[in-house]
Design a protein. Structure first.
Length: 626
């Protein structure tokens, strides 16, 4: 094996420089989150207070694969209401301890994103791929490290994988092209129907109709089309006309359209199989759920326009692509300059054919749909036309925008690469800044940043931050001690002053809980317990009656006393609840972070007071006297 000279080392590093930030970040995240372990600071909202507790409950009750059983929270919820076992993300929690599975999921999301971007770019660029390899990997890396909703990180990261599979099927290349259907059928293992799958199917159906109409009514333009604005953008040296010659092995469009029709059915079947529990509940469940009573916002036209502008600039917290800091300014600047060049050269038609402009139009469309969801007449029309979708958020098309933003960024970077050597290094610099913007932006799901910041704060200030770490939030040792002391054997309980997910994680059955899909009757029954609190705080009443996914014991004075902080957020030590209603639902224990001054008045008696070894949490345990 020949040794590399200094010059060859330089050329190798120049060619593969992107490996260093990618591998370095993955190693850093693994070292920090596995090194600190459960002392890390993990996002709580819609994460530790929801899915991580649910996965732990499934593990505690050995219910991942069971049927016809209830999971012990919210008074007993069907296993079918929780995540499917036929999901790659769920499988991580079957195999590994909950925290370990969670960190592997974070790392896996990044790898899936880069792998998906690589496949899609390779298919579209073909022999030109190697030239753009650095920005392919770095753009996929930037998209992969975006701080999406952790439980559905795989679904976000794998969107380009789905696009790649559909293109392979459309082109139908190779003798065994039909095997791509098998891969497409397995795609739902890394996706999620309610967030992405239903929209992918809808977009695919629209694409089929468009391609069919294009074939019938437009046809090809006598074998010729312009490259200007289609591939390279305005003002580039490669802008020219060329003869369109189908590549070897590529069949004509008509057959591709029919193959996509097959793909539509295959993909739909894959989602039905992988999420059979969800489809069973939606289509065949007779139970009336809280979806029937959810009251959504009804905004005026000016409010809708403001909301459209806001999600265009910032996105939403479940799909925070941090595009507003680098990607948005770069894309807006390019959009203005590129289209101005088209108009100056009197190539107006190219404006409507440029893939970059089409991506921007797609982004705007999703933002408009997001805003129109809050227009009550339109929302009501959808629910009447498709009753099973009552309460379904069709504005989740916004979840595709992070991918579209980074795909648009890649087009800008690619065109910079083609403009010259200095523009190529400018493109490399832009994508690196985009990566840094994601890494260094504080976000509820930026676990690496939050852990590093919290540990640095502890080092320099000699004390911990007020937020709980993963270990302190669930306080497993503390609750094991409590269960042993009170002789707990599966009785129903509730939490006050902290998330019921903590009890659920620790194997304690709860009357309260957090879930977006459970019985409307149970919501009304639980409401009787918290009625005294709801009557005192109108905002809390509206929050529960109009939504109700968080069936918690609410304060009668504060808007919220539930937090993930060591400091208890309460101004009143009274609990406003109906003790008889609590007893009627089977409640026997109340776990509270607040020592209640009126426990006797609501039929509760104090059993004991327990404090975690590090002093981060104190729990007062009450028993129902009835």
């Amino acid at each position: 094996m020949k040794k590399l000279t200094g010059q060859k080392w330089f050329l190798w590093i120049t060619k593969y420089w992107f490996f260093f930030p990618v591998i370095g970040f993955l190693l850093l995240m693994a070292v920090v989150l596995f090194g600190y372990g459960e002392r890390s600071y993990i996002g709580v909202h819609d994460n530790m207070d929801l899915f991580l507790a649910q996965f732990q409950m499934l593990k505690n009750t050995d219910s991942f694969w069971k049927h016809g059983v209830d999971v012990p929270f919210l008074g007993g919820v069907s296993r079918d209401n929780l995540p499917s076992e036929l999901s790659l993300y769920s499988m991580l929690f079957m195999i590994f301890p909950t925290y370990t599975a969670y960190v592997i999921g974070l790392l896996g999301k990044i790898i899936i994103s880069m792998f998906s971007f690589r496949l899609l770019a390779g298919e579209l660029l073909r022999e030109k791929y190697e030239r753009y390899r650095p920005i392919v990997f770095m753009t996929g890396f930037a998209y992969g490290i975006c701080w999406f909703f952790p439980a559905f990180g795989f679904a976000f990261a794998s969107i380009p994988l789905c696009v790649w599979l559909l293109i392979k099927i459309y082109r139908g290349q190779g003798k065994r092209w039909y095997l791509w259907y098998v891969a497409l059928a397995a795609y739902p293992l890394v996706s999620y129907f309610s967030y992405h799958g239903i929209f992918i199917l809808g977009y695919l159906a629209l694409a089929i109709v468009w391609l069919f109409c294009r074939k019938v009514y437009l046809g090809r333009k006598n074998g010729r089309e312009a490259d200007c604005g289609s591939e390279y953008g305005a003002g580039t040296k490669r802008c020219r006309e060329r003869t369109v010659v189908p590549e070897a092995g590529e069949e004509r469009e008509g057959n591709g359209v029919w193959r996509l029709c097959g793909a539509l059915f295959v993909l739909a079947a894959g989602f039905v199989v992988c999420e059979y529990r969800l489809f069973g509940q939606m289509l065949f469940g007779e139970e009336i759920t809280i979806r029937s009573s959810i009251v959504n916002a009804s905004l005026s036209l000016p409010e809708i326009l403001r909301e459209i502008g806001q999600v265009f600039r910032e996105g939403i917290f479940h799909a925070d692509g941090v595009h507003g800091k680098v990607v948005l300014p770069v894309c807006v600047l390019y959009f203005v300059v590129n289209n101005a060049l088209y108009l100056r050269k009197k190539e107006g038609k190219a404006v409507f054919r440029d893939p970059f402009n089409l991506l921007v139009a797609f982004i705007l469309f999703n933002c408009v749909v997001y805003g129109l969801y809050d227009y009550e007449p339109l929302r009501s029309l959808v629910e009447k036309m498709i009753p099973p979708l009552e309460g379904w958020q069709f504005n989740r098309t916004i979840f595709f925008n992070p991918f579209l933003w980074y795909a648009a960024l890649f087009l800008v970077l690619r065109r910079l690469y083609d403009a010259g050597i200095w523009q190529m290094w400018l493109a490399n610099g832009v994508v690196c800044v985009a990566v840094l913007a994601v890494i260094l932006t504080p976000n509820r799901y930026n676990d690496l940043y939050n852990t590093c910041y919290s540990r640095a704060y502890e080092y320099f200030h000699g004390q911990e931050v007020d937020e709980f770490s993963y270990e302190q939030f669930y306080a497993v040792d503390l609750f094991e001690e409590i269960k042993e002391e009170i002789g707990y054997e599966g009785e129903w309980a509730a939490a006050y002053g902290f998330h019921p997910a903590v009890l659920e994680y620790n194997g304690i059955a709860t009357l309260d809980g957090y879930l977006g899909f459970y019985s409307q009757q149970y919501k009304e029954d639980f409401r009787e317990i918290i009625a005294p609190a709801l009557e005192r705080v109108e905002a809390t009443r509206i929050y529960y009656d109009d939504w109700g996914a968080r069936a918690y014991l609410y304060s009668g004075t504060d808007l919220s006393i539930v937090s993930a902080t060591k400091t208890v957020q309460a101004t009143d030590d009274h609990i406003y609840m109906d003790g008889e209603a609590f007893d009627a639902l089977g409640g026997q224990y109340l776990f509270s972070r607040i020592r209640l001054s009126n426990a006797q008045d609501v039929g509760l008696s104090l059993l004991g007071e327990y404090t975690a070894r590090d002093g981060s949490m104190t729990i007062h345990v009450y028993a129902c006297k009835q």
